[in-house]
Design a protein around this ligand. Structure first.
Ligand code: SF4
Length: 363
């Protein structure tokens, strides 16, 4: 018999048992409850209904083609203005060379970068084509909705035309970054140059309608309120009801250490990170996967998050520059054996997947 310290959680348990959708008020109760373990039990129940004892991971590699960015969002430690001494951009040949150095069979190649003012539109198409030629079995997960908007601007094409060009060049899905928090209040303060939340959702919608699924993220732990977090989750849930195109939701804890906001905002705590994973699982009843992104959360906490509703431990991750610039503690790659051990020791069954969450093997 399941038991809770917080009596309010019994009503939510009833709803989960009867597959009744949770509303905004339920979400607030989940964000406010002091009963973290009770919240974890609820989220674990919801996770088990969807995936049983399976936990997914992917053998992947990250490519951050350039950190040059014209937006310079306040929370970002990765972007550099053009001409900055730490600014870089990789040629297609350099990227292929790095990918060729990867051990093992890569299933997913994750490509994102800053909004570069002068890289031509063809660079992006040729990059995808070259990767696809060299690694035909790997799926390419590339470009946030913010980058897609940038590509539309530099090419003079519509979002639809850009997405179709990228799909033809080898794009499988979008990684889901750039969503931050959809609240206009927050975007005005932290990333005024970035596309609005509404535009982000519209680009995701168009991608889904063209058969390009995506993930979705939320950067939390800065200036946003619990209400704004919930509004973000509910906007994603609403779009998912219409398109069914979201594969996975990824809550990203803000890492202030090297951002413009260092000293002003404290990093998130383990309690907050676990709560965010659990609330996401419970509110996003129509998005199949919730990711514990160990690169930002830390490996040990991400492993614990598998008992708080997460069913995906991301991947082996070679060469990820965004976390390196942000000062993340876990700036390294994991081997297939290490990631499987983390999952098994937490009591779950590791399942290797591809970028589209198709199962490759169960160990
Ligand atoms: S978050 Fe993205 S758009 Fe904003 S500065 Fe960083 S790279 Fe540029």
């Amino acid at each position: 018999m399941i038991s809770f310290i917080d009596q309010d959680l019994y009503q939510i348990y009833e709803k989960i048992q009867t597959n009744t959708r949770l509303d905004f008020e339920d979400g607030l109760k989940l964000f406010k409850t002091p009963d973290l373990l009770g919240l974890g039990k609820l989220a674990h129940l919801a996770k088990e209904k969807l995936h049983g004892s399976k936990v997914y991971y992917v053998f992947n590699r990250h490519v951050n083609y350039s950190n040059v960015c014209i937006n310079l969002c306040k929370f970002c430690a990765f972007g550099r203005p053009p001409g900055h001494k730490e600014a870089y951009e990789l040629s297609i040949e350099e990227i292929l060379q790095k990918l060729e150095e990867s051990p093992g069979k890569i299933r997913e190649i994750h490509v994102v970068g800053g909004l570069h003012p002068s890289l031509p539109y063809d660079y992006y198409l040729e990059l995808l084509k070259a990767i696809k030629r060299k690694f035909p079995e790997a799926q390419i997960k590339a470009f946030t909705c913010v980058e897609i908007d940038h590509l539309a601007k530099i090419s003079g094409k519509s979002i639809r035309e850009v997405l179709l060009d990228l799909k033809e060049a080898g794009l499988s899905c979008l990684p889901g970054g750039g969503a931050e928090v959809f609240s206009e209040r927050i975007r005005k303060k932290l990333c005024p140059e970035k596309i609005t939340g509404r535009r982000w959702l519209e680009i995701a919608r168009q991608a889904h309608e063209l058969g390009i699924p995506s993930n979705a993220t939320m950067l939390y732990g800065h200036l946003e309120t619990q209400e704004e977090r919930l509004e973000h989750l509910l906007a994603l849930r609403e779009l998912q009801d219409q398109t069914g195109g979201f594969l996975c939701f990824i809550p990203l804890p803000f890492l202030p250490q090297k951002s413009y906001l260092r000293g002003e905002i404290a990093p998130t705590t383990g309690f907050e990170d676990l709560r965010m994973i659990a609330v996401s699982r419970l509110m996003l009843d129509n998005i199949p996967h919730i990711k514990a992104y160990w690169v930002f959360m830390g490996i040990k906490l991400a492993q614990v998050a598998l008992h708080f509703g997460a069913d995906d431990l991301h991947g082996t991750v070679l060469e990820e520059k965004i976390s390196e610039f942000s000062g993340a503690e876990e700036n390294r790659a994991l081997s297939r054996q290490e990631i499987e051990r983390l999952i098994r020791e937490a009591g779950f069954k590791p399942v290797e997947r591809d970028a589209l969450y198709q199962e490759i093997s169960i160990s």
